[in-house]
Structures are given as C-alpha cells and as structure tokens.
Design a protein around this ligand. Structure first.
Ligand SMILES: Nc1nc2c(ncn2[C@@H]2O[C@H](COP(=O)(O)OP(=O)(O)OP(=O)(O)O)[C@@H](O)[C@H]2O)c(=O)[nH]1
Ligand SMILES: [Mg+2]
Length: 193
C-alpha cells in the first residue's frame, strides 16, 4: 500500500523543507504531465494539481510517500504566457534547487513523446548532468502516439540524449493508458520501499 500526502508548497528556495528525507523530482516543460504522473504513480487522483492550461504548477510542491521519501513537483519550464522575468526567475530557481539540494535521489525528466526534445529539454538535461543528478527520461503521453511510432519516439530521443538506454533510464509512459506505471513503481520500490 502506498500512502502519499501533501507537505507544502514553496514559492522560493528559502522555504524548502529540511532535507531530512531523500527526494525524487519531476521536471520538464510546462504541460508535459508532471503533476498527472505523480497522481498516476501514487494512485491518488488529486494529490498534485493538474490542468489542461499550461502553467498550473507555480510553486515547488512537496509530497511525502510512506513517511519515507519526498516527491517534488516542479513548475514547468518555458510557459510562453509567463513574463520573461517570471520565466527567467523560475529557470534560475530550478537550477539553484538542483544545485543546492543534497538529498535528491532521482529526477524524472518528462518529455512529450509526440515531439522531438526541445531546447528547454536540452537545458534541463544539461542542468541534471552539470549537478550529477541521477535521472530517468520519461517519454510521456504515449497514448497519443500510434504504436507504430513508438520506436521512432525512442530513437529520436536516443539521437539527442545518447547516454540513455531504453528500459534502464528511458521509459514510455501514459497517465491515461498507464503504460510504464509498473516499471516506474518497480524502480521506486527498489530505491525506497
Ligand atoms: N493524453 C494524455 N494527457 C495527459 C497525460 N498526462 C497529462 N495529460 C494532460 O496534460 C495536461 C497537463 O497535465 P499536468 O499534469 O497538469 O502537466 P504539468 O506538467 O504538471 O503542467 P505544469 O504544472 O503547467 O507545468 C492535462 O490536461 C492532463 O490531463 C497523458 O499521459 N496522456
Ligand atoms: Mg504541474
């Protein structure tokens, strides 16, 4: 049984909770499905707030799973309707978060499986690599892609991020069809449960 509860929302890095538990982090472009991923993986419908309008998550949100580890929902990067100042502030916040938080055990970088990785995805990958954060790339919303395109989505991603290996640190996922849920839960189980 998984027990997940909301801990707090932080609007700046000064108010982050004490780093007393390991944490896993959800990052990626705005609207790629980070909050939905949390709800799907932990089986709680509205644990993390989702929205069809991009830019829903505007704070760093902490959840505690099984009283053991934090799950962190980051705001999406690159939402065009935010002011440039806001986008730059959050981009900096997120970079500083990865730089300063020593208890990060794993990051899930969600990428939209329907498109090639964008410049924002490349920026995120650079941040994770720069600060030596172990990460897994999730090709999300795979329910929107016909099966005949699944291999192409994988190989397009591998062409951009050549260090990835499918089934190890690259997975297909969907919060709608639940593809990939079993595999991700098994990774978390090995890490924490
Ligand atoms: N078809 C499909 N839609 C999804 C999936 N995951 C999320 N969505 C939809 O995509 C939209 C955005 O989902 P969120 O989970 O709020 O995305 P987010 O990455 O947290 O967005 P921000 O907080 O704005 O950065 C919502 O309409 C979701 O229902 C998926 O796997 N498949
Ligand atoms: Mg969100």
């Amino acid at each position: 049984m998984i027990n997940a509860k909301f801990i707090k929302s932080c609007y700046d890095l000064k108010s982050l909770p004490k780093a007393q538990s390991k944490e896993i982090v959800l990052c990626g472009r705005s609207n790629v499905g980070k909050s939905s991923f949390i709800n799907t993986i932990f089986g709680v419908k509205n644990l993390a707030k989702t929205s069809s309008t991009p830019g829903k998550t505007r704070s760093i949100n902490f959840y505690l799973v099984n009283d053991k580890f934090f799950v962190v929902d980051l705001p999406g990067l690159g939402y065009a309707k935010f002011s440039k100042t806001d986008r730059e502030k959050w981009s900096k916040n997120i970079s500083n978060y990865f730089k300063s938080r020593e208890n990060i055990a794993l990051a899930f970088h969600l990428i939209d499986s329907r498109h090639l990785p964008t410049n924002i995805d490349i920026d995120i990958n650079n941040i994770l690599s720069e600060f030596d954060i172990p990460y897994i790339v999730i090709l999300n919303k795979i329910d929107k892609l016909k099966r005949t395109f699944w291999n192409k989505a994988k190989s397009d991603t591998l062409n951009v991020f050549s260090d990835l290996s499918f089934g190890d640190n690259l997975f297909l996922f969907s919060s709608v069809s639940k593809v990939g849920k079993k595999e991700i839960l098994s990774i978390l189980q090995k890490l924490f449960m």
